[in-house]
Design a protein around this ligand. Structure first.
Ligand code: F6R
Length: 236
């Protein structure tokens, strides 16, 4: 594991964007696994700048996102599809039909999960997976549990996750209580993993995840078994 400690969020965003840009340069048809949440927003801003300056090209890139709230469709401004359009896809030359987010409105979420995993497999897997980390150690929406789940699946969100995400909604009651998330299989099969964590509040969970025991109670700890993980942690 490469552990890069930086001082500021700006440095984190810049370094993360450079690593993603490098991936796109060495493999123009990369499959990028992307995340939502507040942490990658700065990274996406940097990527937009690089794309608009002509330094990187998204036209042959495919993206697969980690997760989506159940019951929110892409027109809902709290959905992760909307977030990705707004924070990245609408501002770069990616083909929208090459961007994938699990469908949280699918009637059969189990079938949706299976189809999502099959699609990732068909694409040849993920070349680089960008991850944030929840205060409870979740990656994607893989919450602490008794076991690690491999497949893309429906999850009940932890109270702490609902509380943490309430800042994006008008009121806490509006936060969906379930989501569909990529499981550990597609994440762990990604060729490279890049995890970004920002601020003192994430220090403890980052330490637990990367320097503590590997346990499904701390979902991100599974990444200790991945052969190519880079963690960028900003202290401030
Ligand atoms: C988002 C996701 C989540 C977030 C995590 C951290 O797609 O999968 O695991 O990465 O909740 O969120 P922030 O960055 O808002 O602290």
């Amino acid at each position: 594991m490469k552990f890069i400690k930086v001082k500021t969020y700006e440095e984190l965003s810049h370094k993360a964007a450079l690593l993603i840009a490098a991936q796109m340069t060495v493999k123009p048809n990369s499959v990028l696994g992307l995340a939502t949440g507040s942490t990658p927003v700065g990274t996406y801003k940097e990527l937009i700048k690089m794309n608009q300056a002509g330094d990187i090209d998204f036209s042959t890139v495919t993206s697969v996102n980690l997760d989506e709230y159940v019951g929110l469709d892409g027109t809902n401004d709290q959905s992760y599809r909307y977030f990705m359009n707004d924070n990245l896809f609408d501002h770069v030359n990616i083909r929208k039909d090459h961007t994938f987010v699990p469908n949280g409105c699918a009637e059969d979420l189990k079938a949706e999960g299976e189809a999502y995993d099959a699609m990732i497999k068909e694409l040849g897997g993920i070349d680089l997976q960008l991850l944030g980390i929840g205060l409870d150690g979740h990656i994607g929406f893989n919450e602490p549990d008794e076991f690690f789940t491999g497949a893309t699946h429906e999850v009940v969100l932890d109270e702490s996750t609902i509380e943490a995400n309430a800042r994006f909604f008008e009121k806490k009651e509006d936060v969906p209580t379930t989501a569909i998330t990529m499981g550990m299989m597609s994440i762990m099969q990604a060729k490279k993993v890049l995890l970004v964590a920002n601020g003192a509040k994430k220090k403890e969970i980052v330490e637990k995840s990367f320097f503590g025991p590997i346990t499904p109670k701390v979902p991100a700890s599974i990444l200790q078994l991945h052969p190519d993980v880079t963690v960028i942690y900003a202290e401030e």
